[in-house]
Design a protein around this ligand. Structure first.
Ligand code: GLU
Ligand code: MG
Length: 465
């Protein structure tokens, strides 16, 4: 343990004692996209931070339907440890007496396990640093606030939204107010800086955005966010879902990914913003264009990780502002990659890219790690992304779309997985164990949902996400 690690650990232990956190949850995200974990009792926290809590390797081969995909090295025989990062300790405002830390999955000897997704993101960040960049990122989640109710006709339970207010309407603010105030307080108390709130387009749909943070912290924040939204709702007898399309005929819940790069100084401190060039017509630097080139080159496989569930592909429809085509554009909400116009007063550091085919059924560590590797490939190969598309691609003719290189994003999880399997870069960065397990888990989910109808699919997704 380095001196910095040791001091982080002792701060976490002192804080847990001061706050009398009887149980501290060690949380991780699995390949099904579900947050899971085990909790340590306060008395044993120092030991468990050092050793981690024992866990079966099988849990990274489990699907969101709780079936076990056949993956070598992930079975009831074999052990890893859920090893928390003490820097991430928070008290959980929606679970009095409990705290949480985000965790890696490590081998019993403490070495990183090849299937750990948080480690994957750390590796991507390190590779980005080796090229002289660091990333600030923010997940921008939408969710549906409702009640879980039986279907009068005997089908699976439905998510019945709490309101039918209009997009950004004052009525929407009124109707969700008490819940939202509690949620905002709970997010801020955990160190997530709430930036905006609005009632959005779909019935019961809410969006609360969180200030950007260094990439690993942004992914950690997103795990805490998802649990906070649901935790606060459950305690009020409500049901909140971040599933991509919990209600088939309403707007989907995206979790757009915003990111910008900063140059690293020789001493490792952050230097100048790397995505800005005031002389460019969209204010974007060459590095920014190359990053987009990499995203578009790898988009099929990338989407398999950023839109990680069967339900994700019900959301990615033209003219739902979710993106459906492989294009980028300036402030284009139908493009897969949007160059966000800078804010007046701080143009240099507010240029950022928004990746729209991204939702909260993804494992955020895998999604953000793959996003970094794809963009980095664009920087290294100096990939030209072509011309920006500044119209809704659905309104173009087929011929215009072909000229612009606008292809449909994968239409199903199965299609996206096939693209991922053919993406040599992403597969090699994931490594054999992670990629095999991810493809096996997700293919098992695709096959299982193919046997069922839309109502069951939506039910299973709003239950878990
Ligand atoms: N709900 C849209 C989606 O599925 C996003 C709407 C917006 O631009 O905020 O991504
Ligand atoms: Mg939105």
């Amino acid at each position: 343990m380095t001196p910095a690690d040791a001091s982080g650990t002792s701060v976490a232990i002192d804080t847990a004692n001061e706050l009398n956190l009887e149980l501290v949850r060690f949380l991780y995200a699995d390949h099904g996209g579900v947050t899971r974990g085990k909790a340590a009792a306060l008395r044993f926290l120092p030991e468990r931070i050092a050793s981690g809590i024992g866990h079966t390797t099988a849990m990274m081969a489990i699907t969101m339907l709780e079936t076990l995909a056949p993956v070598d090295g992930m079975s009831p025989v074999g052990e890893v440890r859920i090893k928390p990062d003490p820097e991430t300790l928070v008290a959980l405002p929606y679970a009095p007496g409990a705290g949480a830390m985000l965790a890696d999955l490590v081998r019993p000897d403490g070495q990183p396990w090849e299937a750990c997704s948080r480690t994957f993101l750390k590796q991507a960040i390190a590779e980005l640093a080796s090229e002289g960049f660091t990333m600030e990122a923010a997940f921008e989640p939408e969710f549906t606030l409702g009640r879980r109710e039986p279907d009068p006709s005997g089908g699976p339970d439905r998510l019945v939204p709490t309101d039918d207010s209009l997009c950004y309407s004052a009525t929407g603010f009124h109707q969700a107010h008490d819940f939202v105030m509690e949620l905002v307080g709970a997010l801020n108390a955990q160190g997530l800086k709430v930036e905006h709130y609005y009632p959005e387009l779909g019935h019961g749909q809410q969006e609360i955005s969180i200030r950007h943070a260094p990439a690993l912290q942004a992914a950690d924040h997103h795990v805490l966010y998802r649990e906070t939204v649901r935790g606060v709702a459950f305690r009020r007898g409500l049901w909140a879902s971040l599933a991509p399309k919990p209600i088939p005929d309403q707007a989907g819940n995206g979790t757009h990914l915003h990111a910008s790069l900063t140059e690293l100084n020789a001493d490792g401190s952050p230097g100048a913003p790397a995505f800005t060039d005031p002389s460019d017509r969209y204010g974007l630097s060459k590095t920014g264009y190359h990053f987009i080139g990499g995203l578009l080159k790898h988009i099929g496989g990338l989407v398999a990780l950023s839109c990680g569930s069967v339900n994700s592909y019900r959301r990615l429809q033209p003219q739902f502002w979710s993106s459906a085509y492989t294009v980028y554009g300036m402030d284009n909400r139908e493009a897969a990659v949007r160059i966000c116009s800078p804010l007046r007063g701080d143009p240099a550091s507010t240029v950022n890219l928004e990746f729209k085919p991204s939702d909260s059924s993804a494992n955020p560590y895998l999604a953000l790690g793959a996003f970094i590797y794809a963009g980095l490939d664009g920087i290294r190969q100096r990939i030209d992304p072509g011309e920006a598309v500044n119209v809704d691609p659905a309104t173009m003719t087929e011929e215009e779309r072909q000229t612009a290189g606008a292809r449909r994003l994968p239409l199903s999880l199965a299609e996206a997985l096939d693209e991922l399997a053919l993406d040599d870069l992403l597969i090699s960065k994931l490594g054999p164990m992670r990629s095999t397990a991810y493809l096996a888990v997700k293919r098992a989910e695709a096959a299982a949902f193919a046997e069922h109808d839309t109502a069951w699919e939506c039910f299973q997704h709003f239950l878990r996400f």
